[in-house]
Ligand binder design. Structure first.
Ligand SMILES: [Zn+2]
Length: 327
């Protein structure tokens, strides 16, 4: 497939990117563990990035607490933890690059304007999904005050040029016509905060991320991110979306649905629960033993093909179970 052929020829770099809106819970540990295992199974580096752009939602001290929680279960970042709040110049540069290509434009619509004008997106199950924007401001503001900045998803509306085909390593072939499913989405919000989609794309590229492993709730964001990568001339990483822990009602476990912070008193029990969600029959009576076993289980389930690994410039056999203790 085209996406595979375009896979970056770079050493494996993975990442875990939590928002500091509270402590890690059982659901977020699944994504953290999966991304760490994939990096270790491929002899790669694993980065931690704090996605703290949405300042009003940040909880003081949560970023440090999350890093401590990760270390308590043996998941240690290979390199400094970065914070998006300190990287806004990068996002501004990307926004300017899109504007220079005529693909970013100001939007004056208020939340109320949009509620009156738009239909709910078809089949939207993602909490981050936005209503389909009707294109009100694409042709100019006509004297109205700009509020947000949006991406012009298609150069010429209705051409299907924003149809994105991509492959998920677990879920297989995926596709989304971003124009029909999402429309011209927000790059910079009315409150001046850079949108999640733009920041993620800029950071993944700037940090050399080759492999994104994250929760299945973000599958719906992937086509938007690939579209932005293409418009900005950035490489597209490989993607693997993991299963979610769901509540009895089938809703994703999250702080909003009552998830309690991960207990630090029994880290091995927390890892075992996350491993169960990922279908890993890992064994071990210490953190190091269990993690080493889990790397082997992960490799059996999710290792990339020989060709993909060769593209990474690594020999998978050299990526034997490495569980370096936290420094
Ligand atoms: Zn508008």
């Amino acid at each position: 497939m085209a996406d595979r052929a375009a896979a970056p020829r770079a050493p494996y770099v993975g990442r875990f990117a939590p928002s500091p809106t509270g402590l890690l819970h059982a659901g977020s540990l699944v994504a953290a563990l999966a991304s760490w295992l994939d990096a270790r199974a491929h002899g790669g580096r694993w980065l931690v990035r704090i996605e703290d752009l949405d300042a009003p939602r940040n909880v003081a001290g949560a970023a440090e607490a999350i890093v401590a929680q990760l270390e308590s279960v043996g998941l240690c970042a290979d390199g400094a933890v970065v914070r998006q709040s300190q990287r806004t110049a990068l996002y501004e540069a990307a926004l300017q690059a899109l504007a220079a290509k005529g693909r970013a434009y100001p939007c004056a619509c208020s939340r109320r304007d949009l509620a009156l004008a738009v239909a709910a997106p078809a089949g939207a199950s993602d909490a981050r999904a936005e209503a389909i924007y009707p294109g009100t401001c694409r042709g100019g503001l006509r004297g109205k005050t700009p509020r947000s900045v949006r991406l012009q998803v298609e150069r010429v509306a209705g051409t299907g040029e924003a149809r994105i085909d991509w492959r998920d390593r677990r879920l297989g072939a995926q596709h989304q016509d971003v124009a029909r499913a999402v429309g011209d989405f927000v790059l910079k919000r009315a409150d001046g905060i850079f949108a999640y989609q733009l920041a993620v794309v800029v950071d993944d590229a700037e940090q050399g991320v080759t492999d994104v492993v994250r929760g299945e709730d973000l599958v719906d964001s992937t086509a938007r991110q690939i579209l932005l990568q293409r418009l900005l001339g950035l490489a597209t990483p490989r993607y693997l979306h993991t299963p979610l822990i769901r509540t009895a009602d089938g809703v994703k476990l999250s702080k909003q649905t009552g998830a309690t912070p991960l207990a630090l008193d029994d880290p091995l029990a927390a890892l075992r629960q996350a491993g169960d969600v990922l279908g890993l029959a890992a064994r071990g009576t210490t953190l190091a033993e269990w993690l080493a076993s889990a790397i082997g289980c992960w490799r059996d389930r999710f290792s990339m093909s020989r060709g993909d690994v060769d593209r990474l410039g690594h020999d998978a056999r050299l990526a034997a179970a490495r569980t370096p203790p936290c420094p």
